[in-house]
Design a protein around this ligand. Structure first.
Ligand code: ATP
Ligand code: MG
Length: 414
């Protein structure tokens, strides 16, 4: 079975609000073995809402609508769905009484517009809303010869979630043939998206029953393998079959298969090896330290470090010889290595990390363009320096550089 989600609300067609309800609903539907095949966002406009609902009824088994169930002028979901289905609305006296009671309890008189929250689609079951006045509705039946389920949920996320959990999930479970979806996620560091795809597409293309998605960020890629089967174990086995082959192909570039972040993995390995780390950051301005310390328990392996933006502080805090900076420039292989070695020496850590580069948008030159970053990791076994030219804006270049440094530590630990 498949589903479609319609988010109602003009505010989500502005730059200020996003539809988060559908993310929650998609996750919940997937857990029931239901694929979400369309999502739409429609403003508070009767004609457009009817059109969106008609499309949904035509192409999807389950249509979940969120929002537009309140008492105000622009809350039109009930009317629009009734029109799309070609059914009437009846005013439910029980809901009217409950609404009146709710208002009376607060010492208020109910305004007439509130009564429309008691309008129910013909044939629908009312889903009481534990957290608000707008009830949900459940309707299942034939629509133009096809079996359809239509669910109306309130827009405020906490109301929508509570109602889904208390009233919708079990009703759907009864209707949906037992199927399980499983997604295995592989996370990959410091390989390009097209390079990864070129290597792994020949593998995942052989598994037509596995849906593969690639998500790319600065220096990090996620591969999702989604499968469906009668049991969770079978679904997982099939997803892991593809994931295993892809892992063999990409080897140690894969850093996680259970959703962990790179900083979590690095933290895990540092603890396993009883190792510590200290950082001397220039162009990342503390981002690496921020990412490492975002993990709870990082005090066990992160000693600290310095943000050394000026040449003076590179010398004073990390012991980089002043004449070295003069000779090679602050952004250089030599200075990166000296930062890593100097901070390691000063902090007495297992690993010292140095980062220096040109984050831009200003400050670039022909020899040292924007995006040029040197990353160094010093340890007992010597100092490794990697030079990269990252694309993108300041934020992206800094993110790339911190990911590169984390990945260098990870590879040293494995
Ligand atoms: P109410 O009685 O509060 O009017 P309603 O069902 O009419 O309930 P809306 O008016 O559509 O709901 O939305 C109420 C609030 O919930 C708004 O602040 C809106 O930003 C938020 N909201 C609505 N839909 C979504 C969504 N899909 N994702 C995230 N937030 C949403
Ligand atoms: Mg509303």
């Amino acid at each position: 079975m498949n589903a479609e989600i319609i988010a109602v609300g003009s505010e989500m067609l502005t730059p200020h609000r996003v539809d988060t309800n559908s993310l929650y609903l998609t996750e919940q539907l997937n857990l029931l073995g239901v694929d979400v095949i369309f999502k739409s966002i429609v403003g508070d406009d009767m004609r457009r809402m009817v059109a969106a609902a008609q499309h949904g009824l035509f192409r999807s088994d389950i249509i979940i609508v969120s929002g537009g169930l309140g008492p105000t002028e622009d809350d039109l979901t009930r009317e629009a769905i009734a029109e799309a289905l070609g059914v009437g609305l009846r005013r439910d006296p029980e809901i009217v009484a409950k609404l009146e009671q709710r208002f009376a309890q607060r010492g208020w008189k109910m305004t007439p517009n509130n009564a429309k929250q008691a309008d129910v689609l013909e044939g629908a079951t009312v889903l009481p809303n534990p957290n608000g006045t707008a009830s949900g509705q459940w309707l299942s039946g034939q629509f133009e010869g096809r079996e359809r389920i239509v669910v109306l949920l309130p827009g405020p996320p906490h109301e929508m979630k509570a109602l889904f959990e208390s009233e919708v999930r079990e009703r759907l479970r009864e209707k949906v043939p037992p199927a399980h979806l499983f997604t295995r996620t592989l996370k990959i560091a410091m390989l390009g998206e097209s390079a990864v795809d070129a290597r792994v597409a020949p593998i995942y293309k052989r598994f037509s029953d596995v849906e593969t998605t690639i998500l790319a960020g600065a220096g990090e890629i996620e591969l999702h393998f989604k499968t469906r089967a009668a049991t969770l174990e079978q679904a997982q086995e099939r997803a892991d079959e593809v994931a295993g082959l892809v892992e063999d192909e990409l080897d140690d570039a894969v850093y996680s298969r259970n959703g962990e972040s790179l900083e979590q993995i690095v933290g895990y390995w540092l603890q396993m090896r009883n190792a510590t780390v200290a950082v001397a950051e220039s162009c990342t301005g503390g981002l690496l330290a921020e990412r490492i310390t975002s993990i709870s328990g990082s005090s066990r392996y992160f000693l600290g470090g310095a943000v050394v933006y000026s040449n003076n502080l590179k010398t004073e805090f990390a012991g980089v010889p002043a004449d070295m900076i003069e000779r090679y420039g602050a952004v250089s292989r030599e200075v990166a290595a000296a930062l890593a070695e100097g901070i390691r020496y000063r902090c007495e850590s297992t690993f010292g990390v140095g980062i220096t580069g040109v984050a831009g948008p200003g400050g670039g030159s022909v020899e040292k363009p924007v995006g040029l970053v040197y990353h160094a990791v010093a340890s007992d076994s010597g100092t490794e320096v990697i030079q990269r030219n990252f694309p993108g804006d300041r934020k992206r270049i800094r993110r790339f550089a911190s990911t590169m440094a984390l990945d260098m530590i990870r590879k040293k630990l494995m």
